[in-house]
Write a protein that binds this ligand. Structure first.
Ligand code: BJW
Ligand code: ZN
Length: 271
Protein backbone atom coordinates (compact mmCIF):
# COMPACT_ATOMS: atom_id res chain seq x y z
CA UNK A 1 0.00 0.00 0.00
CA UNK A 2 1.35 3.39 -0.98
CA UNK A 3 0.62 6.05 1.61
CA UNK A 4 0.41 9.45 -0.02
CA UNK A 5 1.92 11.63 2.65
CA UNK A 6 1.42 15.37 2.85
CA UNK A 7 4.47 16.90 4.50
CA UNK A 8 3.86 20.47 3.33
CA UNK A 9 5.06 22.56 6.26
CA UNK A 10 4.01 25.85 4.63
CA UNK A 11 0.45 24.59 4.32
CA UNK A 12 0.51 23.38 7.95
CA UNK A 13 1.88 26.75 9.11
CA UNK A 14 -0.95 28.57 7.35
CA UNK A 15 -3.58 26.44 9.13
CA UNK A 16 -1.68 26.78 12.42
CA UNK A 17 -1.71 30.59 12.12
CA UNK A 18 -5.52 30.52 11.96
CA UNK A 19 -6.15 27.91 14.67
CA UNK A 20 -7.91 29.02 17.87
CA UNK A 21 -7.74 25.83 19.91
CA UNK A 22 -5.10 23.18 19.33
CA UNK A 23 -5.11 19.66 20.81
CA UNK A 24 -1.69 17.98 21.00
CA UNK A 25 -1.85 14.22 21.57
CA UNK A 26 1.50 12.84 22.69
CA UNK A 27 3.16 9.47 23.27
CA UNK A 28 6.48 7.95 24.24
CA UNK A 29 8.32 9.33 21.17
CA UNK A 30 8.26 12.81 22.76
CA UNK A 31 9.97 11.51 25.89
CA UNK A 32 12.44 9.51 23.78
CA UNK A 33 13.90 12.95 23.06
CA UNK A 34 14.64 13.18 26.79
CA UNK A 35 16.35 9.79 26.87
CA UNK A 36 13.32 7.93 28.26
CA UNK A 37 12.94 4.62 26.38
CA UNK A 38 9.77 4.17 24.30
CA UNK A 39 7.32 1.39 25.15
CA UNK A 40 7.54 -0.77 22.02
CA UNK A 41 10.55 -1.77 19.97
CA UNK A 42 13.98 -2.85 21.09
CA UNK A 43 14.49 -0.19 23.76
CA UNK A 44 11.11 -1.00 25.33
CA UNK A 45 12.44 -3.94 27.34
CA UNK A 46 13.29 -4.02 31.04
CA UNK A 47 15.39 -7.06 31.96
CA UNK A 48 13.87 -9.81 29.81
CA UNK A 49 10.33 -8.43 29.89
CA UNK A 50 8.32 -6.15 27.66
CA UNK A 51 6.42 -3.25 29.22
CA UNK A 52 3.21 -4.87 27.96
CA UNK A 53 3.94 -7.88 30.21
CA UNK A 54 4.80 -5.82 33.31
CA UNK A 55 2.14 -3.11 33.05
CA UNK A 56 -0.75 -5.39 33.96
CA UNK A 57 -2.77 -5.96 37.14
CA UNK A 58 -2.05 -9.71 36.83
CA UNK A 59 1.71 -9.17 36.87
CA UNK A 60 1.45 -6.85 39.89
CA UNK A 61 -0.62 -9.33 41.87
CA UNK A 62 1.81 -12.17 41.11
CA UNK A 63 5.08 -10.26 41.27
CA UNK A 64 4.57 -6.99 43.19
CA UNK A 65 8.27 -6.68 44.02
CA UNK A 66 9.29 -7.06 40.36
CA UNK A 67 6.73 -4.53 39.16
CA UNK A 68 7.78 -2.04 41.85
CA UNK A 69 11.42 -2.51 40.80
CA UNK A 70 10.38 -1.70 37.21
CA UNK A 71 8.61 1.49 38.34
CA UNK A 72 11.47 2.39 40.70
CA UNK A 73 13.79 2.27 37.66
CA UNK A 74 11.49 4.47 35.57
CA UNK A 75 10.90 6.97 38.39
CA UNK A 76 14.65 7.47 38.87
CA UNK A 77 15.25 7.65 35.10
CA UNK A 78 12.61 10.32 34.48
CA UNK A 79 13.37 12.36 37.63
CA UNK A 80 16.85 12.81 36.16
CA UNK A 81 15.71 13.40 32.56
CA UNK A 82 15.47 16.96 31.23
CA UNK A 83 12.41 18.02 29.18
CA UNK A 84 13.37 17.96 25.48
CA UNK A 85 13.15 20.55 22.71
CA UNK A 86 9.87 18.86 21.72
CA UNK A 87 8.36 19.32 25.20
CA UNK A 88 9.58 22.92 25.25
CA UNK A 89 8.19 23.74 21.80
CA UNK A 90 4.73 22.59 22.93
CA UNK A 91 4.91 24.50 26.24
CA UNK A 92 6.19 27.69 24.60
CA UNK A 93 3.46 27.48 21.98
CA UNK A 94 0.78 27.21 24.69
CA UNK A 95 2.15 30.28 26.48
CA UNK A 96 2.33 32.30 23.27
CA UNK A 97 -1.18 31.31 22.14
CA UNK A 98 -2.66 32.14 25.53
CA UNK A 99 -1.30 35.69 25.27
CA UNK A 100 -3.24 35.92 21.99
CA UNK A 101 -6.49 34.60 23.47
CA UNK A 102 -5.93 31.23 21.76
CA UNK A 103 -5.34 27.92 23.51
CA UNK A 104 -3.51 24.60 23.42
CA UNK A 105 -4.15 21.45 25.41
CA UNK A 106 -1.79 18.49 25.77
CA UNK A 107 -3.47 15.08 25.88
CA UNK A 108 -0.67 12.76 26.86
CA UNK A 109 -0.32 9.00 27.18
CA UNK A 110 2.98 9.60 28.97
CA UNK A 111 3.16 9.24 32.73
CA UNK A 112 6.49 11.04 33.26
CA UNK A 113 5.42 14.67 33.97
CA UNK A 114 7.94 15.97 31.41
CA UNK A 115 5.32 18.18 29.74
CA UNK A 116 4.54 19.85 33.06
CA UNK A 117 8.25 20.25 33.84
CA UNK A 118 8.71 21.93 30.44
CA UNK A 119 6.03 24.46 31.43
CA UNK A 120 2.85 23.07 29.85
CA UNK A 121 -0.10 24.23 31.99
CA UNK A 122 -3.05 22.44 30.45
CA UNK A 123 -2.18 18.72 30.45
CA UNK A 124 -4.59 15.78 30.50
CA UNK A 125 -2.84 12.55 31.55
CA UNK A 126 -4.87 9.64 30.15
CA UNK A 127 -2.63 6.81 31.43
CA UNK A 128 -1.99 8.17 34.91
CA UNK A 129 1.17 9.43 36.55
CA UNK A 130 4.42 7.75 37.60
CA UNK A 131 4.63 10.06 40.63
CA UNK A 132 1.26 9.20 42.14
CA UNK A 133 0.39 6.13 44.19
CA UNK A 134 -2.92 4.48 44.95
CA UNK A 135 -3.66 2.35 48.01
CA UNK A 136 -5.10 -1.07 47.23
CA UNK A 137 -6.91 -1.09 50.61
CA UNK A 138 -8.40 2.39 51.06
CA UNK A 139 -8.06 3.78 47.51
CA UNK A 140 -6.21 6.90 48.66
CA UNK A 141 -4.27 8.60 45.84
CA UNK A 142 -1.13 10.56 46.77
CA UNK A 143 1.49 12.56 44.93
CA UNK A 144 4.90 11.02 45.64
CA UNK A 145 8.27 12.11 44.22
CA UNK A 146 10.42 10.35 46.85
CA UNK A 147 13.65 8.82 45.63
CA UNK A 148 13.74 5.96 46.41
CA UNK A 149 10.05 5.59 47.14
CA UNK A 150 10.86 3.30 50.12
CA UNK A 151 14.12 2.06 51.71
CA UNK A 152 13.85 -1.49 50.34
CA UNK A 153 13.89 -0.20 46.73
CA UNK A 154 17.12 1.77 47.22
CA UNK A 155 19.52 0.82 44.41
CA UNK A 156 17.02 -1.69 42.98
CA UNK A 157 15.43 -1.82 39.52
CA UNK A 158 18.52 -2.36 37.34
CA UNK A 159 17.37 -3.01 33.75
CA UNK A 160 20.28 -5.46 33.22
CA UNK A 161 18.79 -8.71 31.85
CA UNK A 162 20.98 -10.65 34.30
CA UNK A 163 19.96 -8.65 37.38
CA UNK A 164 18.16 -10.93 39.87
CA UNK A 165 14.64 -10.17 41.07
CA UNK A 166 14.99 -8.39 44.44
CA UNK A 167 12.04 -10.43 45.80
CA UNK A 168 11.24 -7.75 48.38
CA UNK A 169 8.66 -8.96 50.95
CA UNK A 170 5.29 -7.29 50.33
CA UNK A 171 5.37 -5.73 53.82
CA UNK A 172 8.52 -3.79 52.78
CA UNK A 173 7.10 -2.47 49.48
CA UNK A 174 5.54 1.03 49.44
CA UNK A 175 2.69 1.11 52.01
CA UNK A 176 -0.15 3.52 52.76
CA UNK A 177 0.38 6.31 55.33
CA UNK A 178 -3.31 6.85 56.03
CA UNK A 179 -4.08 6.39 59.70
CA UNK A 180 -4.52 2.69 60.53
CA UNK A 181 -4.34 1.57 56.85
CA UNK A 182 -0.85 0.33 55.90
CA UNK A 183 -2.29 -1.11 52.64
CA UNK A 184 -0.05 -1.97 49.69
CA UNK A 185 0.46 0.93 47.29
CA UNK A 186 0.58 0.60 43.52
CA UNK A 187 1.60 3.12 40.86
CA UNK A 188 -1.43 5.28 39.94
CA UNK A 189 -1.14 4.40 36.25
CA UNK A 190 -3.52 2.68 33.83
CA UNK A 191 -2.46 -0.87 33.10
CA UNK A 192 -3.67 -3.06 30.24
CA UNK A 193 -7.24 -4.20 30.73
CA UNK A 194 -7.99 -1.34 33.14
CA UNK A 195 -10.41 1.43 32.28
CA UNK A 196 -9.30 5.00 31.86
CA UNK A 197 -10.47 7.59 34.41
CA UNK A 198 -13.95 8.64 33.26
CA UNK A 199 -13.51 12.25 34.45
CA UNK A 200 -10.31 12.57 32.42
CA UNK A 201 -11.99 10.95 29.41
CA UNK A 202 -14.89 13.41 29.62
CA UNK A 203 -12.41 16.30 29.49
CA UNK A 204 -10.60 14.67 26.57
CA UNK A 205 -13.87 14.26 24.66
CA UNK A 206 -14.60 17.95 25.08
CA UNK A 207 -11.17 18.90 23.73
CA UNK A 208 -11.47 16.53 20.77
CA UNK A 209 -14.88 18.02 19.94
CA UNK A 210 -13.77 21.65 20.16
CA UNK A 211 -10.24 21.75 18.73
CA UNK A 212 -9.73 23.21 15.26
CA UNK A 213 -6.26 21.70 14.75
CA UNK A 214 -4.80 18.50 16.19
CA UNK A 215 -1.23 17.20 16.42
CA UNK A 216 -0.44 13.53 17.08
CA UNK A 217 3.16 13.29 18.23
CA UNK A 218 5.40 10.28 18.92
CA UNK A 219 2.79 7.60 19.42
CA UNK A 220 2.49 4.26 17.65
CA UNK A 221 -1.32 4.61 17.95
CA UNK A 222 -1.80 0.96 18.84
CA UNK A 223 -3.21 1.34 22.36
CA UNK A 224 -6.94 1.94 22.72
CA UNK A 225 -8.81 4.10 23.37
CA UNK A 226 -6.05 6.74 22.85
CA UNK A 227 -5.36 5.40 19.34
CA UNK A 228 -8.81 6.67 18.31
CA UNK A 229 -8.39 10.26 19.53
CA UNK A 230 -6.67 11.58 16.37
CA UNK A 231 -8.96 9.70 13.94
CA UNK A 232 -11.99 10.99 15.88
CA UNK A 233 -10.87 14.57 15.27
CA UNK A 234 -10.06 13.84 11.62
CA UNK A 235 -13.57 12.39 11.15
CA UNK A 236 -14.98 15.86 11.98
CA UNK A 237 -13.01 17.25 9.04
CA UNK A 238 -10.48 19.00 11.30
CA UNK A 239 -6.86 18.91 10.11
CA UNK A 240 -4.68 16.42 12.02
CA UNK A 241 -0.88 16.39 11.70
CA UNK A 242 1.19 13.40 12.72
CA UNK A 243 4.80 13.88 13.85
CA UNK A 244 6.63 10.57 14.00
CA UNK A 245 9.88 9.00 12.88
CA UNK A 246 7.74 6.31 11.23
CA UNK A 247 4.32 6.05 9.63
CA UNK A 248 1.59 4.32 11.66
CA UNK A 249 -1.67 2.55 10.90
CA UNK A 250 -3.37 5.93 11.42
CA UNK A 251 -1.20 7.90 8.98
CA UNK A 252 -3.61 7.52 6.01
CA UNK A 253 -6.40 9.08 8.07
CA UNK A 254 -4.49 12.28 8.78
CA UNK A 255 -4.05 15.36 6.61
CA UNK A 256 -0.33 15.74 7.37
CA UNK A 257 2.54 13.46 8.27
CA UNK A 258 5.85 15.05 9.25
CA UNK A 259 8.56 12.40 9.36
CA UNK A 260 11.56 12.77 11.63
CA UNK A 261 12.47 13.37 15.24
CA UNK A 262 9.89 15.56 16.92
CA UNK A 263 12.62 17.56 18.68
CA UNK A 264 13.54 18.75 15.19
CA UNK A 265 10.15 18.98 13.49
CA UNK A 266 8.02 20.49 16.29
CA UNK A 267 10.12 23.60 16.98
CA UNK A 268 9.79 24.45 13.25
CA UNK A 269 6.08 23.63 13.06
CA UNK A 270 5.11 25.52 16.23
CA UNK A 271 7.53 28.47 16.02
C1 BJW B 1 9.27 9.16 17.67
C2 BJW B 1 10.51 9.41 18.17
C3 BJW B 1 10.96 10.71 18.01
C4 BJW B 1 10.16 7.40 18.58
N1 BJW B 1 10.20 11.62 17.41
N2 BJW B 1 8.51 10.06 17.08
C5 BJW B 1 -9.94 -2.10 21.23
C6 BJW B 1 -9.32 -2.88 20.28
C7 BJW B 1 -8.25 -3.69 20.62
C8 BJW B 1 -7.78 -3.75 21.93
C9 BJW B 1 -8.40 -2.99 22.88
C10 BJW B 1 -9.47 -2.18 22.53
N3 BJW B 1 -9.88 -1.55 23.65
C11 BJW B 1 -9.11 -1.91 24.69
C12 BJW B 1 -8.19 -2.81 24.25
C13 BJW B 1 -7.14 -3.46 25.10
C14 BJW B 1 -5.94 -2.56 25.35
C15 BJW B 1 -5.25 -2.26 24.01
O1 BJW B 1 -5.35 -1.21 23.43
N4 BJW B 1 -4.46 -3.19 23.51
C16 BJW B 1 -3.76 -3.00 22.25
C17 BJW B 1 -2.27 -3.16 22.49
C18 BJW B 1 -4.33 -3.92 21.21
N5 BJW B 1 -6.32 -1.31 25.99
C19 BJW B 1 -6.53 -1.23 27.29
O2 BJW B 1 -6.40 -2.23 27.99
C20 BJW B 1 -6.93 0.11 27.87
N6 BJW B 1 -8.06 -0.06 28.67
C21 BJW B 1 -9.33 -0.06 28.18
O3 BJW B 1 -9.57 0.25 27.03
O4 BJW B 1 -10.28 -0.44 29.09
C22 BJW B 1 -11.53 -0.91 28.60
C23 BJW B 1 -11.32 -2.31 28.01
C24 BJW B 1 -10.50 -3.22 28.66
C25 BJW B 1 -10.27 -4.48 28.09
C26 BJW B 1 -10.84 -4.82 26.87
C27 BJW B 1 -11.66 -3.88 26.23
C28 BJW B 1 -11.89 -2.62 26.81
C29 BJW B 1 -5.84 0.61 28.82
C30 BJW B 1 -4.57 0.90 28.12
C31 BJW B 1 -3.51 1.36 29.14
C32 BJW B 1 -2.16 1.52 28.50
N7 BJW B 1 -1.16 1.61 29.49
C33 BJW B 1 0.21 1.78 29.12
C34 BJW B 1 1.08 1.59 30.35
C35 BJW B 1 1.00 2.83 31.25
C36 BJW B 1 1.85 2.70 32.43
C37 BJW B 1 3.33 2.56 32.11
O5 BJW B 1 3.85 3.13 31.14
O6 BJW B 1 3.96 1.87 32.87
O7 BJW B 1 0.43 3.04 28.53
S1 BJW B 1 0.70 0.66 27.82
C38 BJW B 1 1.80 1.75 27.04
O8 BJW B 1 1.40 2.04 25.68
C39 BJW B 1 1.68 3.07 27.81
C40 BJW B 1 1.66 4.07 26.70
O9 BJW B 1 1.06 5.28 27.12
C41 BJW B 1 0.90 3.38 25.61
C42 BJW B 1 1.11 3.97 24.26
O10 BJW B 1 2.40 3.85 23.81
P1 BJW B 1 3.04 4.96 22.88
O11 BJW B 1 3.12 6.24 23.62
O12 BJW B 1 2.34 5.01 21.59
O13 BJW B 1 4.53 4.43 22.75
P2 BJW B 1 5.17 3.40 21.66
O14 BJW B 1 6.48 2.99 22.20
O15 BJW B 1 4.23 2.35 21.30
O16 BJW B 1 5.37 4.29 20.37
C43 BJW B 1 6.35 5.33 20.30
C44 BJW B 1 6.17 6.01 18.96
O17 BJW B 1 7.04 7.13 18.91
C45 BJW B 1 6.52 5.12 17.75
O18 BJW B 1 5.50 5.28 16.76
C46 BJW B 1 7.86 5.68 17.25
O19 BJW B 1 7.98 5.58 15.83
C47 BJW B 1 7.74 7.12 17.66
N8 BJW B 1 9.00 7.77 17.96
N9 BJW B 1 11.03 8.22 18.71
C48 BJW B 1 8.95 11.22 16.94
N10 BJW B 1 12.22 11.03 18.45
ZN1 ZN C 1 -4.67 3.06 52.42
Amino acid sequence: QIIRKNSDMAEFREIFSQARHIAVITGAGVSAESGVPTIRGAEGRWRSWKTQDLATPECFSRHPSRVWEFYQYRRELTLNAPPSAAHRAIAECEARLSRQGRSLVVITQNIDELHQRAGSRHVLEVHGNLFQTRCLSCGDVEINHKSPICPSLEGKGSPDPHAPDALIPVKDLPRCDEKGCDGLLRPHVIWFGETLDSQVLTKVEKELETCDLCLVVGTSSVVYPAAMFGPQVAARGVPVAEFNTKTTANTPRFKFHFPGRCAETLPVALA
